[in-house]
Design a protein around this ligand. Structure first.
Ligand SMILES: [Zn+2]
Length: 256
C-alpha cells in the first residue's frame, strides 16, 4: 500500500482560486518564505471546515499530504489564538498588491524567510489600520519586499556614480528603471528614465528605510502614498516581470 507523506507548515494565505464546484487552490507563503500551492477539497461547500480558516492574508497552521501535482490540505488551524483579522474593503485593497507581489516573486523550493516576516507584519498592520494608514503600509511593504528580494532601487544616492542625490524639495530627479533608480545630474545624460518630483524619491526612501511606526508617525496622506506607488509600479513590473492587477486596481479605484 502506498504510504502518503504528510507535513505541517505555518503559512500565510496569499490567494484562493476556484477549482471545480467545491474545491479551492490555495497559494500560500510558508514561514520559510517558500511559495506553496495546495488543493483544499470541499473548501467551498457551505459550512466546510476549511472555508472559514483559509481567509486571505491570515496565518494558518496547515497539514497537507503530498500529491502527484499539488499537495492536498488535510487540516487547517489559525496560527493566532484570536483567529483571523478582519479586513474591510480598503484594507483588502491595500493587502492585495502585497500578496500579489509575493506570489509573483516567491518560488516553490526557494527559502526567503525574511519575506514571510515582512508579509506577516504588513498584513497584521494593514488589518489594524485606517484606510489612509493601510495605503501607506501597502506602499512601504511593496518597496521593502521588492528590495529584500534583491531589487532595491537607488534613492538617496545615484545608481551610477553613488553621489548623493540631495533630496531637497523643489526639483525633479531622473529615475531610471533599467539603470537602477535615482540618477544624479552628471549621469543623467547617459541613461534613460523619466523625471519625478524629488519628494516622491524622498518618501520612497523613507518608506523603504523606516519602520511602520516611524512612517505612520509622519501621517503620510493618500497623495504621498500614491506618489510612492506610482514610482514603484514600473519598477515592480520590470523586476518582478509582470504587472500587478491588484496594484492597477488600487491606483484607479478611488477608494482613498
Ligand atoms: Zn551619478
Amino acid at each position: 500500500m502506498a504510504h502518503t507523506q504528510t507535513y505541517k507548515k505555518r503559512a500565510l494565505v496569499l490567494r484562493k482560486t476556484k477549482l471545480g464546484e467545491k474545491d479551492l487552490i490555495v497559494t500560500l507563503l510558508s514561514n520559510s518564505g517558500e511559495l506553496m500551492r495546495c488543493v483544499a477539497k470541499g473548501a467551498r461547500k457551505p459550512g466546510g471546515s476549511f472555508a472559514a480558516k483559509l481567509e486571505l492574508f491570515s496565518a494558518v497552521d496547515l497539514m497537507a499530504a503530498k500529491g502527484r501535482s499539488l499537495d492536498v490540505v488535510t487540516d487547517v488551524r489559525f496560527a493566532e489564538p484570536a483567529g483571523v483579522s478582519t479586513f474591510g474593503l480598503e484594507q483588502t485593497t491595500c493587502a492585495s498588491p502585497v500578496a500579489e507581489l509575493l506570489s509573483t516573486i516567491c518560488q516553490e523550493g526557494l527559502e526567503q524567510p525574511r519575506l514571510y516576516d515582512m508579509a506577516y507584519a504588513a498584513f497584521g498592520r494593514i488589518a489594524r489600520s485606517s484606510a489612509e494608514q493601510a495605503l501607506a503600509i501597502c506602499a512601504a511593504s511593496l518597496v521593502k519586499i521588492i528590495s529584500a528580494a534583491g531589487f532595491r532601487p537607488a534613492l538617496a544616492h545615484c545608481h551610477s556614480c553613488g553621489n548623493p542625490i540631495g533630496l531637497q524639495a523643489g526639483k525633479n530627479v531622473l529615475f531610471s528603471v533599467d539603470g537602477g533608480g535615482a540618477t544624479c545630474q552628471d549621469c543623467a545624460r547617459q541613461v534613460e528614465g523619466f523625471l519625478v518630483d524629488v519628494q516622491a524619491i524622498a518618501w520612497t526612501n523613507a518608506f523603504l528605510t523606516q519602520r511602520f511606526d516611524e512612517i505612520l508617525a509622519q501621517s503620510p496622506g493618500p497623495s504621498t502614498s500614491f506618489a510612492v506607488l506610482q514610482l514603484q509600479k514600473p519598477w515592480i513590473e520590470h523586476y518582478a516581470g509582470r504587472r500587478l492587477k491588484s496594484l492597477d486596481y488600487l491606483l484607479t479605484c478611488a477608494l482613498f
